[in-house]
Ligand binder design. Structure first.
Ligand SMILES: [Zn+2]
Ligand SMILES: [Zn+2]
Length: 412
């Protein structure tokens, strides 16, 4: 790409020299501007989703949520999209607000069918219902597969949480399942024990994912280790420094670990009381100095720090404190940062955002809706409908003519 860029400039320079020669020959004004190159600049050092091949030995990580439970335009809550050169795609956590960032990647929903949840805080799986049911409307036709930890009791584990999620959305499912091809509404729930160390929970297509326990809130928080093609990707979700992470994340190519604001900034910027700042910031979460110490023991090729409001006035202080305990490669990330990683290189860029994103077309032929799945509505509600056949029947006629069908409106 850089060669193309240089070639474009070289052509421009040669053309310019030629123009100058002609100008001097014709005794015209020597200061006339040379013509500029008209070819596209091939490499702008920014990532445009959907425009780049992924090499067979390459992984791409897109930060789809790097912030706090109270999401804001700049930062959704925890979510990292990992794309592998074999075509597999994984979501690690799917916190509040992250669905929008995932959608911005222009990837058909059928291809993002694997979600790994580190623990059941809303900032780590708050957008799962949106991604699940919204995805069914946006052309997902394959089941959504979710992995998450057990809890101290059956009621506090992932299986129970997602069973309740299904109940919470009975009304939503009831409206959609009878009017669209609802195959994408199928949910595969894989709960695994939170307390098994280096426990293999996924092994498909050359990709192995293991879980290790984390120390965060209650029993039932974990971190994930993914290995593929000789590379190791570690995602901490939330945890204070713990022995399992230090032992099993060692030598990772990419290690993502939470990093909170230092306690003084939790007080001044976030309004915490001093004891809250200390308790939350060091005993429930990981302070920057603790993050640095973890990474100095893990020694990844790239350490990624997330889970704080990352601004012009907070980032320098977080980094200064990380540097007290860690001198290796580190990135303090914000949403839409993108990492391209191979065994030899790591490239970090920002992603361009198309705010007018549309869902990708379906990857399979859609079935006609199964009206037998429709839940009947009462005569009362039905009596309120204004069928307006003079408006609606022509709309049906328009589609019937275009597609050779013979559909009739439900409301007369
Ligand atoms: Zn948490
Ligand atoms: Zn969190």
């Amino acid at each position: 790409m850089r060669k193309n860029l240089l070639a474009a400039y070289a052509i421009g320079v040669i053309t310019a020299l030629g123009a100058l020669f002609l100008i001097s020959q014709s005794q015209e004004q020597a200061s006339a501007a040379p013509p500029s190159p008209t070819k596209a600049v091939a490499d702008r050092d920014i990532y445009y989703p959907g425009t780049e091949d992924l090499a067979p030995d390459e992984m791409r990580i897109v930060c789809c949520g790097t912030g706090m439970p109270s999401v804001r335009p700049k930062q959704a809550a925890a979510c990292f999209l990992l794309e592998l050169g074999n075509g597999d795609k994984f979501l690690f956590d799917i916190g509040s607000g992250s669905h929008e960032r995932i959608a911005a990647q222009k990837i058909p929903y059928d291809y993002i069918d694997k979600v790994f949840i580190g623990h059941l805080h809303v900032d780590h799986y708050g957008d799962l219902p949106s991604f699940w049911l919204g995805g069914t409307v946006m052309n997902r036709l394959t089941p959504l597969r979710v992995w998450g930890p057990s809890g101290a009791t059956p009621e506090s584990g992932t299986q129970a949480a997602l069973d309740h999620m299904k109940k919470m959305y009975v009304w939503d499912i009831g409206t959609r399942s009878g009017v669209i091809d609802f195959r994408g509404g199928a949910l595969e729930i894989n709960e695994f024990p939170f307390n098994k160390v280096n426990n293999e929970i996924f092994n498909e297509n050359g990709v192995v994912i293991r879980s290790i326990p984390a120390v965060h809130g209650l029993d039932g928080a974990v971190s994930f280790i993914l290995e593929w093609n000789g590379m190791k990707f570690v995602y901490g979700s939330d945890t204070i420094p713990n022995k399992w992470f230090v032992e099993h994340a060692k030598g990772a190519d990419v290690a993502i670990h939470e990093c909170f604001l230092p306690p003084p900034l939790l007080v001044t910027k976030q309004g915490f009381a001093p004891l809250e700042a200390l308790t939350v910031g060091t005993q429930g979460h990981t302070a920057p100095e603790q993050f640095g110490k973890v990474m100095s023991l893990v020694r990844p090729r790239v350490a990624i720090a997330y889970h704080f409001y990352n601004d012009f006035d907070t980032q320098p202080e977080v980094l200064r404190r990380i540097r007290k305990t860690y001198d290796g490669e580190v990135q303090t990330v914000v949403d839409y940062m993108v990492f391209n990683v191979t065994k030899d290189s790591v490239r970090v860029r920002m992603s361009a955002v198309d705010e007018e994103i549309w869902p990708s077309p379906p990857l399979k032929k859609k079935n006609a809706p199964d009206f037998t799945n429709s839940i009947p509505i009462s005569d009362f509600t039905r009596s309120g409908a204004l069928g307006w056949p003079d408006i609606v029947v022509p709309l049906y006629d328009e589609i019937n003519k275009l597609y050779g069908t013979d559909y009739k409106p439900a409301f007369k």
